[in-house]
Ligand binder design. Structure first.
Ligand code: NCD
Ligand code: ZN
Ligand code: ZN
Length: 400
């Protein structure tokens, strides 16, 4: 019995700026249809499909395919994110304008799972995106500092004999791109912030005196944090279970606490899932060979409630801000993330704050089942989602 008799909370439909839907290329782990179902069940009415598909979403044909397929499925607005460079770890700027003018109307461009080594390419991406009225979502990884990295570089990794991914690999590239964005007056969105030091960099960048950088007045820096970086720490690595392997790695308890505070303060704007489905053989293997990433769409609300509401850091108004309003603003979606307007088709989610449920990966809508919350009892449950005026999920079931 999921439905409570009363006490349901209504929020604007959630907006996920960071979802890996795996189509095209890895439809054995997720498709736009199964990922949309997971989104509807998780309370989402819009998701941003990351560009590291196969083929890479670095051109109009791929982004239009993802956009069309999302419309056909019709459970959630699927906005394709364009890759900033041609190909994975590309050295050449992609045709951002062609993707922007395509039917998909791409306005968010990312290096997620890709990486922009060259600061000049990043500068050009920021300038080009600015001209298109869009935003660059940066993956917050300096790859030359993370070669062979498997875990947060710190005491736990040293004890377990795992190679480390240092905090500086994230903090240094975030600082570089904040400076570049302010120099050219562009919008930069920092993906999956995972360290206390990155929160400090964001605070510093935002508080620089006006005029210190070329076009600082026009620049906007925003940032997201994942549910797993709010809750889980590198102590989870003790049994070498690859379900806990993720980019960026699970950090220390001190980092998680700093991220929760930064989210409450607004230094980090929003929560994004980084929903990353993987095949059984890519997770049920030895630690070093496993792929990084974990499912997130159907557990995000519950983890936010556990880490932010139960701790008194956010009230329900704050949950709406970090799950709906701020991500809709960052992405420039006028019809999402707002309180429900009378007489308009609604994008909303009904939540039962008193419900408890136990996570079973096999019961989630995704094809993949790689959840780090297997068997955990979590607070709060999505009772129903309404997408452009139409119910897309009710009582744990998708409504087509
Ligand atoms: C992402 C994926 O699986 O696509 N994995 C992850 O751990 N976040 C890619 C990435 O962001 O590195
Ligand atoms: Zn990433
Ligand atoms: Zn990602």
């Amino acid at each position: 019995e999921v439905l409570a008799a009363d006490g349901l909370v209504a929020l604007p439909g959630f907006v996920d700026l960071h979802t890996h839907l795996r189509e095209p290329g890895r439809e054995d782990t997720e498709t736009i249809a199964t990922g949309s179902a997971a989104a509807a069940l998780g309370g989402y009415t819009a998701v941003f499909a990351m560009a590291n598909t196969d083929p890479v979403a670095d051109n109009a044909v791929v982004v239009e395919h993802v956009w069309r397929r999302g419309r056909e499925v019709g459970l959630v607005d699927v906005h394709p994110v364009g890759a900033v460079t041609v190909g994975l770890r590309g050295e050449k700027l992609a045709e951002l304008g062609t993707m922007a003018r395509s039917a998909a109307g791409v306005r968010m461009f990312s290096d997620d799972g890709l990486c922009v080594f060259d600061p000049l390419i990043m500068r050009r991406a920021l300038e080009y995106t600015r001209a298109l009225g869009g935003v660059v979502a940066q993956h917050a990884e300096e790859p030359r500092l993370t070669v062979g990295a498997q875990a947060h570089e710190g005491e736990v990794a040293a004890r377990l004999g795992l190679t480390g991914w240092p905090a500086v690999a994230e903090e240094s590239i975030v600082a570089r791109d904040c400076l570049l964005a302010q120099h050219v007056g562009a919008r930069l969105h920092v993906c999956h912030v995972s360290t206390a030091g990155t929160a400090d960099v964001l605070r510093w960048a935002r508080n620089r005196p006006a005029g210190v950088a070329g076009r600082m007045a026009e620049a906007v820096v925003s940032a997201e944090v994942t549910p797993h970086h709010l809750l889980l720490t590198d102590e989870r690595l003790t049994d070498y279970d690859p379900v806990n392997k993720v980019n960026p790695p699970l950090r220390t308890g001190g980092d998680a606490e700093a991220l929760r505070r930064a989210l409450a303060e607004g230094v980090i704007d929003c929560v994004a899932t980084d929903h990353a489905p993987h095949a059984v053989q890519d997770k049920d293997c030895e630690w070093a060979a496993a792929r990084p990433g974990m499912l997130g769409l159907q557990t995000a609300l519950s983890i936010v409630v556990r880490t932010m509401v139960e701790t008194g850091l956010l009230d329900w108004r704050g949950v709406a801000r970090v799950m709906s309003e701020r991500p809709a603003e960052i992405a420039g979606l006028p019809d999402q993330g707002r309180p429900i307007a009378v007489g308009e088709p609604a994008n909303l989610v009904l939540v039962d704050p008193d419900a408890r449920w136990t996570v079973r990966g096999a019961e989630l809508a995704s094809i993949a089942a790689n959840t780090p919350y297997e068997g955990m009892e979590l607070p709060a449950r999505v009772v129903g989602t309404v997408f452009h005026g139409r119910p897309t999920s009710w009582d744990g079931k998708v409504r087509h």
